[in-house]
Ligand binder design. Structure first.
Ligand code: ATP
Length: 359
């Protein structure tokens, strides 16, 4: 309690005194020889202006959210939006992290994907809970085991929030925050109103009243999500015959290459037929063409970069227009007519199928 009070009052000398009085020991070195408690600078500053004496100190943004708040009325008016609605954006954020490590988990320059969802005051808890559920469902829709995710509800709230939680993911180094969901009240819009002297209010034509909306924020690091997907997808598999394969079991809608087109041999008109098939498929999917090496080796290379489908063109293709369609995860091979390929592939790789799971 005393510790919490000291933190809330920003009384850093008192924080140090409590640490000393409680004889808290460093878990790494075993030492009790603490430095004074210091406030770290979490924002990067730089200067703007041609001549250094006349320049202004400016700060790199530590979150993308504020651009959305400043533009809230522009978007609402020009888009003729009615509350509730959201504005989402992705962009760089910068934090002077004291310990930037664990590969791309914590960086000083990173990419955030944030959404600010504007709601009528008093309805924010309903929307907060809705977004909690929707965001967790989004992660689950990717097909990663649901026991890899959990909520962590915040007890100590930031000054602008009236509810907050994280969606945590089980990284190889333990459960850690992947995404934050915050009920930010009207703090940001009101602060912009106060310091700019410009109203940021919404006229609700149904209730015939003006108000400053409340905001639910969802905020996820693009890099952190990339790390979560990669860490979960890259596996070394032992096959029935005892051999091993490296396979990137990345969700198919996220795979960078969807289809590999592979003529079995580099002769007998197979490459020409393969090119023909590729020319049709490449209009819909990111495809990769390869003739080099034995077919088994080519399959393995595609497994390792997460390509969901391989198509093999052989002599039979020239006779009956069928190919071998091989699936990455099951390694199952089926004979399919060329005209059916587009439909079968899009059923698996189309992002629409993933989004439909959220409806
Ligand atoms: P943490 O507790 O890990 O420092 P945070 O609570 O400061 O994160 P938020 O301010 O909620 O994070 O930021 C939203 C999201 O941005 C986080 O869930 C995370 O995915 C991402 N993020 C935050 N800081 C970093 C960073 N230094 N490097 C990469 N991603 C980050």
């Amino acid at each position: 309690m005393a510790f919490q009070n000291a933190l809330e009052q920003n009384d850093l000398a008192e924080v140090k005194q409590i640490i000393v009085d409680c004889e808290i020991v460093c878990p790494v070195s075993g030492s009790k020889n603490w430095t004074d408690v210091r406030q770290f600078n979490l924002m990067f500053s730089t200067s703007m202006g041609a001549v250094s004496e006349e320049s202004n100190i400016i700060y790199l943004r530590p979150e993308t959210a504020q651009g959305i708040f400043v533009n809230f009325l522009n978007v609402q008016k020009t888009g003729r939006m009615k509350i509730p609605f959201g504005i989402a954006q992705t962009g760089k954020a910068f934090r002077n992290e004291i310990v930037a490590r664990q590969f791309i988990f914590r960086m000083r320059e990173f990419e955030q994907m944030e959404m600010q969802f504007f709601v009528k005051p008093g309805t924010e808890m309903e929307w907060y809970n809705k977004w909690k559920a929707t965001r967790l469902n989004w992660h689950k829709a990717l097909g990663i085991s649901s026991d890899k995710y959990r909520f962590h509800d915040h007890m100590k709230l930031a000054h602008y929030a009236n509810a907050a939680c994280d969606i945590e993911f089980e990284f190889p180094f333990g459960f850690k925050e992947l995404e934050g969901i915050h009920s930010r009240t009207d703090f940001d819009l009101k602060s912009h109103e106060k310091f700019s002297g410009k109203k940021l209010q919404y006229f609700d034509s149904e209730d015939n009243e003006n108000y400053v909306p409340y905001v639910i924020e969802t905020s996820i690091g693009l890099d952190r999500m990339f790390l979560a997907i990669m860490a979960n997808s890259l596996v070394e598999e032992t096959l029935e015959d005892g051999s091993t394969r490296t396979v990137l079991r990345i969700p198919s809608p996220l795979a960078p290459i969807k289809v590999a087109v592979l003529p079995l041999l580099k002769k007998d008109g197979l490459p020409e037929k393969a090119r023909q098939i590729m020319d049709t498929l490449k209009l819909d999917f990111m495809c990769f063409y390869e003739e080099k090496d034995a077919i088994g080796k080519r399959y393995r290379r595609q497994d390792a970069i997460g390509t969901p489908f391989c198509i093999t063109i052989d002599h039979q293709t020239l006779e009956d227009n069928t190919v071998t369609l091989r699936q990455r995860d099951s390694m199952e091979q089926q004979r399919q007519n060329v005209d059916e390929l587009s439909k079968i592939i899009s059923q698996e790789v189309d992002i629409k199928n993933l989004l439909k799971k959220l409806m």
